[in-house]
Design a protein around this ligand. Structure first.
Ligand code: AGP
Length: 364
């Protein structure tokens, strides 16, 4: 690459380490501490229009899609608008119903992913209103959208997306706050979210300090041929992104499942050679998740838990700082980036340029 790697051994580690800064840049000028709202001028929508949407549909590919799943949960939880995410490629191949009262959101780090661009163009042909959450200013997807937010995360060089993933999730928190505060979210809850967002850079800094611990764990677990990643609701997109990162750069096989689905099939795979990474936030589902850990353990499965406390049922625990429950997925993803990075290094992989992959997929 022609960008400076800042003295880091790999761009990936540089980009992971930059996140306190890149998140601060995504937030800059967008939080109003007086009215506890988000300032998102680039959306090009007045309050009445912002109120008019009855549904939100989010599209993107790969990690962009997984960050969109975090986004859909944030919008549904804060703004109480039905929201879901779908791979942009699938969306465009299935002749979707395009509704006038649905807000469409396209996500792309590069802004050049062909499947996402084609989906946006199809939406525009059918009269859909499309916002973009994009990193690259002036890119094809950004130009095609009716408005949106730039991540301001700076160029991402390593093929595996990290800082763009995090900044996209942060952008969705801002968008959710914006949609919520023209609807029913109280000023007090708006304030809670604004304060939570402001704490993120400092908390990411704290997570980066867990690097040595995570490195040791990665070296231990990366010896397994296959790993299971599980999470419930807020933890599920985090599990999917964690599995994606591991597959992409370490080539260790990984599967992500909703923790609740384990007993409907994949529990059959659990044995000492297939450890589980469990995303277990301190939320209303904590007890259910701990029960699942017990079920895995009863089948001699080893467990690495990522959460806000240590638990007896897990063999190893990475404890990250707690934020507001809605915002926790943003932080829980970061240890998994480090985990995949150290696993890839331990296995001697080409971290920044994994085999078979391109940074942006500009063909169909
Ligand atoms: C992320 O680690 C992947 N390399 C990949 O899934 C990527 O997120 C996807 O191809 C979308 O790229 P984009 O954000 O540039 O559109």
């Amino acid at each position: 690459g022609h960008y400076d790697n800042g003295g880091y051994e790999h761009y990936l580690l540089k980009e992971i380490s930059e996140q306190p800064d890149t998140v601060a840049r995504t937030l800059r000028g967008r939080i109003d501490d007086r009215f506890h709202i988000a300032h998102l001028g680039g959306l090009n929508m007045d309050a009445r229009e912002t109120r008019s949407f009855r549904r939100v549909k989010i599209i993107g590919c790969g990690s962009a899609y997984y960050s969109g799943q975090i986004g859909a949960q944030l919008i549904e939880e804060l703004a109480r608008i039905p929201a879901d995410a779908e791979p942009a490629s699938e969306f465009r191949y299935r002749n979707p119903v395009v509704e006038p009262d649905t807000l469409y959101v396209a996500i792309s780090q590069s802004g050049e992913t062909y499947d996402t661009l084609a989906a946006v163009q199809e939406l525009k042909r059918k009269g859909g209103r499309v916002l973009g959450i994009v990193n690259t200013v002036g890119s094809a997807i950004a130009r095609e959208c009716d408005g949106g937010l730039y991540l301001h995360a700076g160029p991402e060089v390593s093929v595996a997306s990290t800082k763009a993933f995090t900044s996209t999730a942060v952008s969705f928190a801002l968008l959710a706050l914006h949609l919520a505060r023209v609807r029913d979210l109280s000023p007090a809850d708006g304030r809670r979210i604004c304060e939570g967002l402001r704490r993120l850079p400092e908390q990411i800094e704290q997570i980066l300090k867990l690097d040595e611990q995570i490195k040791t764990l990665a070296e231990k677990y990366a010896q397994s041929p296959s790993m299971m990643f599980v999470g419930r609701v807020r933890g599920y997109p985090v599990a999917r992104e964690g599995a994606q990162k591991l597959k992409e750069i370490s080539y260790v096989h990984a599967e992500a499942y909703p923790a609740s689905e384990l007993k409907h099939g994949p529990l059959a795979l659990i044995n000492p050679d297939m450890p589980t990474v469990a995303i277990v936030p301190d939320d209303e589902l904590l007890d259910k998740n701990l029960t699942t850990l017990g079920e895995i353990r009863a089948r001699s499965g080893r467990i690495l838990m990522i959460g806000h406390r240590v638990a007896d049922a897990a063999d190893d625990c990475v404890v990250v700082p707690k934020n507001e429950t809605e915002l926790d997925p943003i932080l829980l993803t970061i240890p998994l980036q480090l985990f995949a990075y150290h696993a890839a290094v331990a296995l001697g992989r080409d971290v920044d340029r994994p085999r078979n992959l391109a940074k942006s997929v500009t063909v169909e």
